[in-house]
Design a protein around this ligand. Structure first.
Ligand code: ADP
Ligand code: MG
Ligand code: MG
Length: 249
């Protein structure tokens, strides 16, 4: 589904990704772990198409298409979505309006008509219930005054409504208490499907007790230095990243 090959990325003249290669197949959950500043967020941002990153070498393909040739909206409509690609507060834009326009944009790209209003309400209410969110969230401006935990739930809600083919989630566990993390993890687990892949970026192993990944990659200084299964995350928790860096060197 996703093939990243020898990716080099520069931000403000500084090389952040230094030859990163990664393959994600449909049906798989991958976790990217690594120390602060390793380039984890840069990787998901470049795949999603955020501004400010210069790809100097390498390639990214998604279902055989050249991702680097696609605009950010085209990537989202192709089913490649970074959780809260729009995490900023959008005063005056109701959450429900953002969800509906994003869904309809995706449907339009697939040649479908807008979703009928009653169907949309039914879909959103079901997903809200799943995320244990109150319906009043829909009427609030996007992320305005949301707590950290509410923003994360809202991010997963967006994924549940849009059902992307590749869902990328960056640090969805940060700042969550244990109950909120379980709800968020349940939401992510409900996205697991044969035709979908999930890329989780996380600094800590804790989340991976609840969302058990098929593959774990350790990203250090712009490169993947080790790949393993869920067991690797447990080793990292016990031993930290330093041993990994030494063994990679
Ligand atoms: P991680 O998510 O692994 O903590 P990031 O991808 O956020 O790492 O950052 C990797 C490196 O790139 C860091 O040194 C960070 O300071 C730098 N960086 C990321 N974004 C920018 C930016 N917009 N401007 C300047 N430096 C940046
Ligand atoms: Mg960081
Ligand atoms: Mg980060």
């Amino acid at each position: 589904m996703l093939q990243v090959t020898d990716l080099h990325v520069t931000v403000e003249d500084k090389e952040i990704l230094k030859g990163l290669t990664l393959t994600i197949n449909a049906g798989e959950v991958h976790a990217i772990m690594g120390p602060n500043g390793a380039g984890k967020s840069t990787l998901s941002a470049v795949i999603a198409g955020k501004d400010g990153y210069e790809v100097t070498q390498g390639s990214i393909t998604f279902e055989g298409q050249d991702v680097l040739e696609m605009e950010i909206e085209e990537r989202a409509q192709a089913g490649l979505l970074l959780g809260f690609q729009y995490p900023v507060e959008i005063p005056g834009v109701k959450n429900i309006y953002l969800l509906k326009s994003a869904l309809n944009a995706q449907r339009k790209a697939q040649g479908l008509d807008d979703i009928p209003a009653p169907d949309f309400m039914k879909l959103v209410k079901e997903k809200l219930g799943f995320m244990k969110m109150d319906a009043s969230f829909l009427q609030r401006a996007v992320n305005e005054g949301f707590s950290g935990g509410e923003k994360k739930r809202n991010e997963i809600l967006q994924m549940l409504v849009l059902q992307p083919k590749l869902a990328m989630l960056d640090e969805i566990d940060s700042g969550l208490d244990i109950d909120a993390m379980k709800v968020v993890a349940d939401g992510v687990n409900s996205l697991r499907a044969e035709e979908r892949a999930i890329l989780l970026v996380t600094h800590y192993q804790r989340l991976l007790d609840y969302i058990v990944p098929d593959k774990v990659h350790v990203l250090v200084d712009g490169r993947i230095v080790k790949t393993g299964d869920a067991e690797l995350a447990k080793q990292l928790e016990a031993n930290g990243y330093e041993g990994i860096e030494e063994s990679a060197a």
